[in-house]
Design a protein around this ligand. Sequence first.
Ligand code: AN7
Length: 402
Amino acid sequence: MYRLTCVQCGQSYPPDEILYTCRSCGHLLFVEYDLDSITVRREDWDRRPISVWRYRELLPVTIPPVSLQEGGTPLYRLERIGKEIGLPNLYAKHEGMNPTGSFKDRGMTVGVSMALQLKKSTVACASTGNTSASLAAYAAKAGIPAVVLLPAGKVALGKVAQALMHGANVISIRGNFDKALEMVQELCISHGLYLLNSINPFRLEGQKTIGFEVIDQIGGVPDRIVLPVGNAGNISAVHKGLSELRTLGLIDRLPMMTGIQAKGSSPVVRAIRDGLPEVIPEKQPETIATAIRIGAPVNAEKALNAIRQTGGTAEWVTDEEILAMQKALAQKEGIGVEPASAASVAGVLKLTESGVIDRSEYVVCVVTGHLLKDPETVIKQCKPPIEIDADLQSLLSALHCS
Ligand code: AN7
């Protein structure tokens, strides 16, 4: 059993109420389980394939889920990059290996299932790209229509292609993501569409399984989990899930939750650094990592708690640092990620150099989206292929062979 509870005033609501924020104080809601009455048996989890639905006792869905087989993503040891940074235990969980190429699929399998469970017939979101791609695919699987609002000209090509091909009603607005989110929230409240941005507490339930999988894959608790931060939903979700595992006695401590933002769009970093009670939104967020080009993170309240309660931190990295790490992951580890995803590992480099991360730490970075999401940024960074006449002599000279 579960209810929706306000993070601020503690007011609770029944699980079938369609509500995105607390009716009495306006703050965020979370899904609160009656953990005393839930039986989670390790043996049951261990017997099921590693995926979001392995952990179904701690998820709110009671109907057969709308699933495209999400989760169960690989956890790689970053051997070369770890050696260069001086972190022998550096790992990356590649969320780009999900069905639509990002971690959003974990949230959408739960979120779209909840839409059906709550008898909602149309779903909607605003998105910097990945959320729209994922929602479009899961709505298609569920057989219901989806409306997605994108900031015009600021969404990577692969993501727009996915949203269109999966049949969503795709609207580009002349404004940034923060404005699009404001608009879609109004639309959903006035016209009864089901909102599936990360302000929807059910979506974060799916995303918390990233943390569960990390625990299962390494057989224990890492010292630190590092995530790129945009709307700050994912870092909040992972923290929430691991807190539940601790309450259930399945783990005995929490990792230091660490959030990385792009320099041009880093309100969470400034709030942590300056000890502010809440974030001050940025009006003109800017970064090449368009996925995290977000100035007013809706889940900031949850994220600041997650970071502070675990002794974690937040740091920014420049676009140059992001692109250099994207290339390093691709060329030294064989791991292809989009720019926002590389921010987590770039942040680890910076925090290790500055002495915040100790070299003995066991660090897991979440790399959130696939390289192919943003081919244009990739092509701009690489030399084009050499084009030659179709004969062996031209090939040999192109390869500088005699
Ligand atoms: C690759 O798709 O906000 O901090 O609308 O696509 O949970 O917001 C994407 C976010 C990190 C940040 N990495 O996660 C959207 C959207 C990638 C992302 C984030 C996003 P949150």
